[in-house]
Design a protein around this ligand. Structure first.
Ligand code: ADP
Length: 599
């Protein structure tokens, strides 16, 4: 089977489908759209997620000859498929009825809207170009075979696939979305790991034992000790493994929100994109490993007590049977976007119905949990669902966040008063937030965090962009800031004065906060609104430390492995910030290796 670069493959798939679609909507008789254009090149812009997306559209008398995105500020890695694939699909199908890319719908819409505007200038009949075609012709059913089949091309699945391949296996990774990445690609990008005994670890008074203690105790000692031990003991080796494949990290670890200690290693590439750049480069330069996009796994094949493959559905509804000579790895991520499951298992939060948003990508629907359950897998700690207090009020995503070191910010409610230790565990902060008016907080920072308006967050957004878009607010003084966000100025001034006293004394404050660095005393001051948002589902499939899936009777299900957010029992009641990327990399690697070697 030919190995394809995953993005190229997705782009080609979209293009082919769109072309087919038009062909069939025209009765299959002709590719002509009957359109006439004023020949020339037209440019137009439309709003994307981060400012304008500008396209140039070249038309001849009766053809859209080329569509090119000239400028955009969309997040690299996340928007690539929309920015590169949609123009090609429009040209291939000679139509505007092309699919948006899930997970990049704003960027997709911007490309389509700007192209529509440019084609209007060219005198096109837009209504005709917008006619949605019939669904594409069903592709043939097929059977594929590999040594190891991985379900899900997020961080855990890609780690498992690459690791299986490095251990001699041929690998097929199935991904139901049109792109790789899952939640991981938009993750904050902090990976906890201790390089035991190194200068940095000594300087930060850090150790693998402390990482264990904080992870285990941070989850109220409900995590499986063996799994936690496996996590922390293999964390640094996993960073080194990624580095060995070319991934770059910033030199100094930092304290990520809810991470409790400066041990989070931040990739140089934005958000989680560095992981996929690294894995894609490996897949591109090796034979015998491929990612199949737009293929949704439906069930796990169990024959005579052993897992032997996966039944899946292709984009056109065709059945794809994928046989696994050695093993199947379930790496489908969590169920943060499955409201029925959230409601079914939630015990800790006032509600997790549709009123509560999520940071998760749309594909986080718990499919792997259902598939594993159907072959008798045991599920553990499903009620442990993590929320963050840092969701965008409109979308629940982490974009728009005013990022800074935990030490340098405070949270205030709409009264301008602090209500929690901002360095506390994520659940503590979010439960406290639910109790505030409107369950809304303002992050407050000053010029110590943002010395220049051009400083960007993880999502490539500068604080100036956020202020201009009304997603953050600025004041030269605290009073001005308070007026701009509608909180009583005297309260905000008093809150900050009290906070600054503790910064000076370094004594724990009324909320138990102990992490301090600089005072909030240097204008300009900035504020951004945030709400509770579902972030990580910590329960899931029970595994042992070798990532074997354990059944309801406590026995290993032969041939079945699981890794990443789909598994349960590692993080207990509360996952430390920065431990997810460690989890998916450590356990993904183990799953891939064991599936390849039959361990
Ligand atoms: P993790 O962090 O555990 O790797 P992610 O959310 O990053 O989790 O990745 C999980 C991936 O699995 C996502 O890309 C998601 O679209 C994919 N996925 C989920 N369900 C299925 C399924 N039924 N078939 C194929 N891929 C799936």
């Amino acid at each position: 089977m030919n190995k394809q670069h995953v993005f190229t493959r997705a782009i080609r798939t979209i293009a082919v489908l769109a072309a087919l679609f038009l062909l069939f909507s025209c009765g299959g008789s002709s590719r002509s759209t009957g359109q006439t254009y004023k020949p020339g090149t037209y440019t137009a812009s439309a709003k994307g997620y981060h400012g304008d997306v500008t396209v140039a559209v070249k038309v001849t008398k009766n053809k859209i000859a080329a569509v090119r995105v000239l400028e955009h500020g969309e997040t690299p890695g996340i928007s690539d498929l929309a920015i590169n694939g949609i123009p090609k699909a429009i040209v291939a199908s000679q139509s505007l009825a092309v699919d948006s890319v899930s997970g990049a719908s704003f960027s997709s819409k911007a490309v389509i809207t700007a192209t529509t505007e440019a084609l209007t200038q060219a005198g096109a009949d837009i209504d005709k170009l917008m006619v949605a075609g019939q669904s594409a012709k069903k592709e043939k059913d097929e059977t594929l075979t590999a040594d190891v089949v991985v379900i899900g091309a997020g961080g855990a699945g890609m780690a498992a696939g690459v690791s299986a391949h490095q251990n001699g296996a041929t690998v097929i990774i199935l991904e139901k979305m049109p792109k790789v990445g899952g939640n991981t690609i938009s993750a904050g990008g902090a990976m906890n790991a201790v390089d035991e005994g190194s200068e940095t670890a000594l300087k930060n008074k850090d150790s693998v034992a402390l990482h264990f203690k904080q992870t285990y105790e941070g989850g109220d000692k409900k995590g499986d000790e063996e799994l936690v031990k496996t996590l922390v003991e293999n964390a640094w080796d996993s960073v080194a493994w990624l580095q060995s494949m070319g991934m770059k990290f910033l030199p100094d670890p930092f304290t990520v929100t809810g991470g409790l200690w400066p041990r989070a290693h931040k990739p140089v590439d934005p958000v989680g994109t560095g992981f996929f750049k690294t894995y894609n480069a490996y897949i591109e330069s090796n034979k015998g490993i491929e990612v199949r996009l737009n293929v949704k796994a439906d069930s796990i094949i169990l024959e005579n007590g052993k897992v032997t493959g996966v039944i899946a559905t292709g984009k056109t509804g065709n059945k794809i049977t994928v046989k696994a000579n050695k093993g199947v790895v379930v790496a489908t991520g969590g169920f943060g976007q499955n409201i029925a499951m959230r409601q079914e298992f939630n015990k800790a939060w006032p509600t997790l119905d549709e009123s509560v948003k999520s940071t998760n990508h749309p594909g986080a629907t718990g499919d792997g949990i259902a598939m594993a359950k159907a072959v008798n897998a045991q599920l553990v700690q499903m009620e442990n669902i993590q929320l963050l207090p840092l969701g965008d009020p409109e979308t629940g995503s982490l974009s728009g966040n005013i990022e800074t070191d935990v030490e340098k910010r405070i949270f205030v409610n709409t009264e301008g008063k602090r209500f929690v230790d901002e360095g506390a565990r994520r659940d503590t902060m979010t439960l406290a937030l639910f109790k505030q008016p409107g369950a809304k907080l303002w992050i407050i920072v000053d010029a110590h965090s943002y010395p220049q308006g051009t400083k960007k967050n993880n999502f490539n957004e500068s604080i100036d962009d956020l202020v201009a878009a009304g997603r953050a607010f600025k004041g030269e003084t605290l009073e001005e800031l308070a007026k701009n966000i509608g909180v009583p100025p005297e309260n905000l001034v008093a809150t900050v004065a009290d906070f600054n006293k503790h910064v000076a004394s370094k004594k724990p404050d009324a909320f138990g906060r102990t992490l301090f660095s600089e005072p909030l005393d240097k204008g300009p001051f900035y504020a951004g609104a945030r709400i509770p948002t579902v972030h990580h589902t910590m329960g899931g499939i029970k595994i042992d430390k070798e990532t074997h899936v354990i059944d309801v009777n406590g026995q290993i299900i032969p041939g079945l492995y699981a890794a990443g957010e789909v598994t349960g029992g590692i993080h207990g009641t509360n996952r430390l910030g920065g431990n997810a990327l460690t989890d998916i990399t450590v356990f993904g690697r183990i799953a891939g290796k064991n599936a390849a070697t039959g361990k």
